[in-house]
Design a protein around this ligand. Structure first.
Ligand code: NAD
Ligand code: ZN
Length: 253
């Protein structure tokens, strides 16, 4: 499976990756669903729905935002993020569509990252739109407030909110154009992100999944699943590509 994925990726003319919370698990950021996930501890609708944030921002800040800030502030990219940025340099992966809000793809050096659900590295004042880096937020005041008195909210998409239309449009576009889509660490149940591999498949792309568990895409949409942890599997695929296949292949415009 490693060899097969390496060969398919090495042959890609327009490769796109779709990533989810699972790719950052080896960086110490827990996923939402599944074993060890945040949803085992807290109820998503109670904490990650925009209506509840508006109703009681201090409560959501203390639990959801506080919990995520602690891990995201210190997390580093792992071999899976690094592998995707190496594949960009090799001309094999052009764009990453990520559902993650942790900024680790950019930290690993990937340059074309569509952040479907926004970014947690920044907080936005709900009154004046002032932006503040999350790591600079003073957690002693709950909820944290801007100098204008407005409340800060994460610059990411809550349940009950729309995906920014420009991100959705561009994701659909690259999903349509790609000839290989690599789906890493997503449970593929959050729409509309989970629909991107379907678009890719319908337009003739090969869909390769990397995940320790099968997902609703496996067998229904994906050509095959490389079963395992993202960092381990990706570093083996990249080593195989470098040993067997490509020297740098610049993108044609
Ligand atoms: P998810 O939490 O629903 O599912 C995680 C998936 O990762 C599962 O399929 C699981 O089998 C897989 N997984 C677990 N360990 C893995 C590993 N080591 N390597 C590869 N895969 C592994 O994640 P989701 O589908 O991305 O949806 C949750 C939403 O929550 C996302 O859209 C995102 O916005 C948000 N979220 C983001 C982060 C982050 O930024 N790191 C973390 C948690 C949740
Ligand atoms: Zn303000």
């Amino acid at each position: 499976m490693i060899k097969r994925a390496a060969a398919d990726l090495a042959a890609a003319r327009f490769g796109v990756a779709l990533t989810g919370a699972g790719i950052s698990v080896e960086s110490g950021i827990p996923p939402f669903r599944g074993k060890g996930g945040l949803w085992e501890k807290i109820d998503p609708m109670e904490f990650a729905h925009i209506d509840n944030f508006m109703r009681n921002p201090a409560k959501v800040w203390r639990v959801l935002v506080g919990e995520m800030k602690g891990v995201i502030d210190t997390a580093e990219p792992n071999d899976a993020h690094k592998g995707l940025s190496t594949m960009e340099r090799l001309g094999l992966i052009r764009t990453i569509i990520t559902q993650n809000v942790d900024g680790l793809h950019q930290a690993a050096g990937s340059t074309d990252v569509i952040e479907f659900h926004g970014n947690f590295a920044w907080q936005r004042c709900m009154d004046c739109d002032h932006m503040l880096e999350t790591r600079k937020v003073d957690m002693r005041q709950m909820p944290p407030r801007c100098h204008c008195g407005g409340i800060y909210r994460p610059d990411c998409v809550f349940f009950g909110e729309m995906i920014p239309p420009q991100h959705l449009a561009r994701s659909r576009q690259v999903a349509t154009q790609c000839d290989v889509m690599l789906v890493v660490g997503t449970s593929a149940v959050v729409q509309p992100a989970a629909f991107m591999p379907v678009i890719a498949k319908e337009n003739g792309a090969k869909v390769i999944e990397i995940n320790p568990e099968p997902t609703p895409l496996t067998s229904a949409v994906s050509d095959y699943l490389v079963q395992g942890k993202a960092g381990e599997v990706m570093s083996r695929i990249v080593a195989e590509i470098q040993a067997q296949h490509v020297s740098a292949k610049p993108f044609s415009p």
